[in-house]
Design a protein around this ligand. Structure first.
Ligand SMILES: [Zn+2]
Ligand SMILES: [Zn+2]
Length: 146
């Protein structure tokens, strides 16, 4: 029972417990309000009294990523990957690579482009998400040397 030759058996084998872990991870992600690393999710779960180990967090994140429930991004090559809920909604955001602060933009700069694409490709376009990366004013002074 304990041989883990097939990693999938971990996810499907004990469905109930894993569903609870997934919910906890999703909750931690949605409450953070910004992209977070696996370590940060782990710490927030521990702080809210959840007993998890970091490998469970990694495994859960891998699963959620493969199911397209969360997004994975890397702000800098030397940093760990950050995760965020994949909200399939129409959104445009400015994301700071330094402090990972995100600012939602109300304007849609792509509606005309979408129409054009629709005509050119005959795609039935259902939406888009736009993320623009950079450094916020607070981080800009620190990062301008890099
Ligand atoms: Zn910043
Ligand atoms: Zn838009």
């Amino acid at each position: 029972m304990t041989d883990n030759l097939n990693g999938d058996s971990i996810l499907t084998g004990n469905g109930h417990r894993n569903t609870r872990k997934r919910r906890a991870v999703i909750k931690a992600l949605s409450e953070s309000g910004k992209p977070v690393t696996a370590e940060e999710i782990y710490l927030s779960l521990i702080n809210s009294g959840d007993s998890v180990c970091i490998s469970t967090v990694y495994r859960t994140l891998d699963f959620l990523f493969s199911e397209n429930i969360i997004k994975k991004m890397r702000f800098n090559d030397n940093e760990s990957a950050c995760y965020e809920i994949n909200r399939n909604e129409h959104s445009h955001k400015l994301v700071c690579r330094g402090c990972r602060k995100t600012i939602s933009l109300d304007v849609c700069p792509l509606s005309e482009f979408e129409d054009k694409l629709k005509k050119e490709t005959l795609f039935n376009i259902t939406g888009h998400n736009l993320e623009i990366f950079g450094y916020c004013p607070d981080c800009n002074s620190e990062s301008s040397l890099i």
